[in-house]
Design a protein around this ligand. Structure first.
Ligand SMILES: Nc1ncnc2c1ncn2[C@@H]1O[C@H](COP(=O)(O)OP(=O)(O)O)[C@@H](O)[C@H]1O
Ligand SMILES: [Mg+2]
Length: 341
């Protein structure tokens, strides 16, 4: 039970915190000392290959199963071992990798029952609940329709949920998860198994969620899918979070520095020679296309500025000088050393 002094999500900055979480299935360690924190409004991507432990971690966090060890807190309140319906009531909703719709109900009825309900319940329960909450029904219908409208499902509102194409069913799952306006949303591989068109539609939906300021944890085994969506990523392999942080932060950890790209109007060889003697420069060389000089750099901002200053003082005609935004794909490959495809 929650303590009386429970913090509300309005004041807590850390919406979800996981400390040394683990889960064993017999001899298999599916989740191995997982720790991370997600702040209000953050979107964290959990990336890892199939079998890495993403779904198991989501199951532990959402109360679908209990951890072997470790702690979970939601808005600074401990929820470790709470059953899923209680976790959902406290403001955490999740989607499953597979479809979890009420096949016999319409699209709208599915969203409405999710508004009243958690994840482990029967159809009979759902209908009974609907009766009990008839007074609220008008509000819930309006909110459900608004969301269906927003996510391009309004026209299907009165169709049986299982008559929808797979991509739309996936979108409906997300609408169901957000109808209660949760504090944190866990999306387990929302784009898996979709054709390219449905994938684009899910991406649009995710962008919309982002613009709504939602706090989200999203899993994927495909890296580029999350690249422009998340502001934080964690890479998970064999149950262990092997690296986590902002994209650029991780890049620095992985390569030991940042990459600068320099374009000059002079012969590159002389410039490379000059650069090699400068503070913070690990290496400098002409890049593949021979159009720029690539600098592996481990210095701070002041040292970065000093590079530009010295080049100009040495009469080098600098055309452009910028830091390369390393993409997630590159980081992923470096971190996992090619183990993961
Ligand atoms: N209920 C379970 N019983 C036994 N092993 C399981 C169970 N659920 C998951 N696993 C195992 O735990 C590991 C992690 O699985 P999972 O969390 O589904 O990975 P992911 O979602 O990253 O693909 C896998 O080796 C999987 O076979
Ligand atoms: Mg999974």
């Amino acid at each position: 039970m929650m303590a009386r002094s429970a913090r509300s999500c309005d004041t807590a900055q850390v919406v979800l915190k996981v400390d040394n979480l683990c889960k064993r299935f017999g001899g298999l360690v599916a989740v191995d000392n997982l720790s991370f924190a997600v702040y209000k409004g953050q979107i964290m991507g959990i990336i890892g290959p199939n079998g890495a432990g993403k779904t198991t971690a989501f199951n532990l966090i959402s109360g679908v199963s209990s951890p072997t060890c470790g702690d979970i807190s939601l808005c600074e309140n401990r929820i470790t071992g709470f059953p899923s319906h209680q976790v959902a009531l406290l403001g955490l909703r999740r989607t499953f990798q597979e479809i979890h719709l009420f096949r016999g109900l319409t699209v709208l009825q599915n969203v409405k029952s999710a508004a009243f309900h958690q994840m482990d319940y029967s159809l009979a329960d759902a209908l009974a609940w609907s009766r009990r909450l008839r007074t609220q029904e008008r509000d819930v219908t309006a909110r459900s329709m608004e969301l269906l409208e927003r996510f391009g499902l309004a026209e299907m509102a009165n169709e049986p949920a299982d008559s929808l194409p797979y991509g739309m069913q996936k979108r409906l799952e997300i609408v169901k998860a957000i109808v209660t306006n949760p504090k944190v949303l866990l999306l387990d591989e929302p784009a898996s198994g979709l054709d390219p068109r449905a994938r684009i539609e899910i991406k649009e939906l995710l962008k919309e969620l982002k613009s709504m300021g939602k706090t989200i944890i999203i899993s994927s085994h495909i890296l580029p899918e999350l690249a422009d969506f998340c502001n934080k990523i964690g890479i998970i392999e064999k149950g262990k979070l092997i690296i986590s942080g902002g994209v650029q932060e991780i890049m620095r950890q992985v390569s030991g520095g940042r990459v600068l790209l320099l374009r000059v109007l002079d012969e590159p060889d002389r410039v490379i020679e000059l650069l090699s003697a400068m503070e913070g420069v690990l290496s400098a060389g002409v890049d593949e296309g021979r159009s720029a000089i690539r600098i592996e750099f481990a210095g701070d901002e002041a040292a970065q500025h000093a590079i530009l200053q010295q080049l100009i003082q040495n009469g080098i005609r600098v055309q452009s000088f910028n830091e390369v935004q390393t993409d997630l794909e590159e980081i992923f490959m470096k971190v996992t050393r090619g183990i993961v495809s």
